[in-house]
Write a new protein. Structure first.
Ligand code: RB5
Length: 150
């Protein structure tokens, strides 16, 4: 079975305390990570990192993307502006699973201020281990048609 290996990773300043811990965890369970920032200690703007991670997915430089901001909302709004990308903010393990299984999301967005480190790691793991179910592909096709038309 195909296993996702390469991950594109991006955070804003809200995740400064947890970003290395999340990366270490993902590496410890076998994933390769390319970190697109933010790597500083000051304040930054989450759309900059959403764009970099989304581009890495579109160019197939990475298989899946991880974006963390304060809530996961800003990152998903920004990433979803890029044509061809499906990003989902996931609030628990169930939404993490369904975002992959039903929505075909290629990027999971999480909130550093709305979830614990353990929850964030667990949601990412579930998201990465869940396969898309083909029966939902007609809906994804419709989303892509909307994207083209409007
Ligand atoms: C930054 O303070 C905060 O607005 C950002 O991390 C995020 O929560 C936006 O959705």
């Amino acid at each position: 079975m195909y296993k996702i290996k390469k991950l594109a990773f991006g955070t804003d300043h809200s995740a400064t305390e947890i970003r290395d811990k999340v990366k270490n965890y993902l590496q410890s369970i076998g994933y390769e990570i390319e970190d697109f920032g933010f790597n500083g200690n000051t304040s930054c703007d989450y759309p900059d990192f959403a764009l970099k991670v989304a581009k890495a997915i579109l160019s197939k430089r990475a298989d899946k993307g991880i974006l963390i901001c304060g809530t996961g909302i800003g990152m998903s709004i920004a990433a979803n502006k890029i044509k061809g990308v499906i990003a989902a903010t996931c609030w628990d393990k169930n939404t993490a699973k369904l975002a992959a299984q039903h929505n075909g999301a290629s990027i999971i967005c999480l909130g550093s201020r709305t979830a614990t480190l353990d929850d964030i790691c667990y949601r990412i793991k579930i998201f990465l281990e869940t396969q898309f179910e083909e029966r939902h592909s007609k809906r994804i096709k419709k989303i892509k048609e909307i994207e083209k038309k409007y």
